[in-house]
Design a protein around this ligand. Structure first.
Ligand code: ADP
Ligand code: MG
Ligand code: MG
Length: 244
């Protein structure tokens, strides 16, 4: 059975229609990639699925493990096992890596141990001895914050994980970590919604869909979607619009 089903999802912000009937589903242990150019509504979809304030769909359904979640609050969705890794990982003034990771464990009602924290950091190739007492603020690079955020996700063992452009602002080394992380979550049975605007990321996906202006215009196996995405003058243009 499906882990997540999104049906005819519509969202307006003020008078602008941002999501226009988004529809797809994903299963446990599956990596489903949504690829699309900047501004097509990918992050908006991520916020809507997570239940961020003011991102309430006007129409359509979001169904998680058979249950409609449209009216659940963000923390209720988190408790059910849905997590979002932000496009821009947050900075927390005055919060150490240790405290930040402990929050992830506590949010699941789990005991905080040094062992668990170290283990999660090691999985993202961050040396616990050097980083546990650092602050999660601008003293860390974007790539480091991204990896620390991934470590916190490991501790939350989500059932559904939404990765919003995990490759943005990240160096090649961290990129390998993201690839490892995707396989790690997949093997542990999580479903992954992989949001990206680079076709490079599609090689990690089982299924892919191309999003244009708030809707999916094509869905299929990742290599076909990748070819389609690359072969267009502009990813969302119709074939005839590309002729010169
Ligand atoms: P993507 O993540 O695919 O780059 P976004 O979801 O961030 O796209 O944005 C989709 C569209 O919605 C853009 O045109 C953006 O300007 C608009 N948008 C996003 N958030 C808001 C907001 N809070 N208020 C008004 N417009 C917004
Ligand atoms: Mg963007
Ligand atoms: Mg975005």
């Amino acid at each position: 059975s499906k882990l997540l089903e999104v049906k005819d999802l519509h969202l307006k912000i003020e008078d602008a229609e941002i999501l226009k009937g988004m529809e797809f589903s994903l299963e446990k242990g599956e990596v489903f990639a949504l690829i699309g150019p900047n501004g097509c509504g990918k992050s908006t979809l991520a916020y809507t699925l997570m239940g961020i304030n003011n991102y309430h769909p006007q129409k359509g359904e979001m169904i998680f493990k058979g249950e409609k979640i449209n009216d659940l609050k963000i923390n209720e969705r988190a408790k059910k096992g849905i997590t979002l890794a932000w496009q821009e990982p947050a900075r927390y003034q005055g919060v150490t890596v240790r405290e930040f990771l402990a929050l992830g464990l506590k949010s699941k009602g789990e005991e905080v141990t040094e062992e668990k924290l170290k283990d999660a950091l090691n999985k993202v190739a961050i040396n616990p001895y050097q980083y546990l007492n650092r602050f999660v603020d601008k003293s860390l690079s974007g790539g480091e914050r991204k990896r620390i955020e991934l470590a916190s996700l490991i501790l939350m063992h989500p059932e559904l994980i939404i990765l919003d452009e995990p490759d943005s602002g990240v160096d090649v080394v961290a990129l390998n970590n993201i690839a490892d992380m995707i396989s790690y979550f997949k093997e542990s049975g999580s479903g992954i919604l992989l949001i990206t605007h680079s076709e490079e990321m599609l090689k990690y996906a089982d299924q892919a869909a191309l999003v244009c202006e708030g809707e999916i215009i094509r869905q299929g196996n990742p290599s076909d979607i990748s070819e389609y995405f690359k072969s267009f003058c502009y990813p969302c243009a119709k074939e005839e619009e590309c002729e010169t």
